[in-house]
Design a protein around this ligand. Sequence first.
Ligand SMILES: C[S@@+](CC[C@H](N)C(=O)[O-])C[C@H]1O[C@@H](n2cnc3c(N)ncnc32)[C@H](O)[C@@H]1O
Length: 267
Amino acid sequence: MPTIKQFLEKAGDLRLDAEVILAKVLAKDRSFLAAHPEEDVPGQVVALFQKRKNGEPLAYVLGEKEFYGRTFKVSPDVLIPRPETEGVVEMVLNRIDKTELKDGDFITIIDVGTGSGAIAATLDLEAKKPVNVIGLDISEKALAVAEENCNNLGARVKLIESDLLEVFDEGVKNSGETILVANLPYVSRDWDWTSEELKYEPSLALYAEDNGLKIIYDFLEQVGDKVDEGWVYLEADPCQHESIRKKVKALGMRFVQSKDFGIEIEI
Ligand SMILES: C[S@@+](CC[C@H](N)C(=O)[O-])C[C@H]1O[C@@H](n2cnc3c(N)ncnc32)[C@H](O)[C@@H]1O
């Protein structure tokens, strides 16, 4: 077995990842590594680091990813939550802050394509107003990961298997405010600038037809049919925002603003 010093010296460009894997398996801070260079590295660490060297994303190697200050379990059944999605969460939290509710009312938040549950759980835990959070996903396996995350974090989220909003066959009925948030697949298979690491993530979470816009457009059409009023927050690549703005206008909704990867729409 290599010592910590030998192992880290050989890690090259991936030295930081090697330190993170080592610290996690040893259940120590990274500062421990510098203070104990002669300790042996467990074989498990060498095997995990080999996966990282082969190209597997660090989050899958570790089985977790931090999102909005909390640790979420991730597996190859779910997308690894991204920092840009934290910006979309911020937009929703701003809307929640601005919402005025009558006594006894609450805000219904529907997270469409919940994946690991990162958005849904974060909104439930961060909202400063009464909320009722629902997480929808077409993938049963993703919902199992979301359930584990919500339980671990103490988030109250109702998780339902649904193709977009199809579970709401009578439409979304609610006496308080309604907020829909959707980080749906928006990557086009034609884009040649995406990261190599995407091949480890579920295709169902990443790719959509029509330059990546098909699922977002289907969702917006369902919103037009099923939700009378409220707000929609979408994540999409900035290069898609102008097309989405036109679609939103054609459906008779108001494109309020676009900020980084996030879009705000009033129904
Ligand atoms: C880009 S991932 C987002 C995951 C998570 N919300 C996040 O931000 O990290 C998209 C998610 O949408 C789900 N999805 C794909 N098509 C769907 C559909 N037609 N209806 C519901 N969920 C869908 C995928 O299973 C995946 O979990």
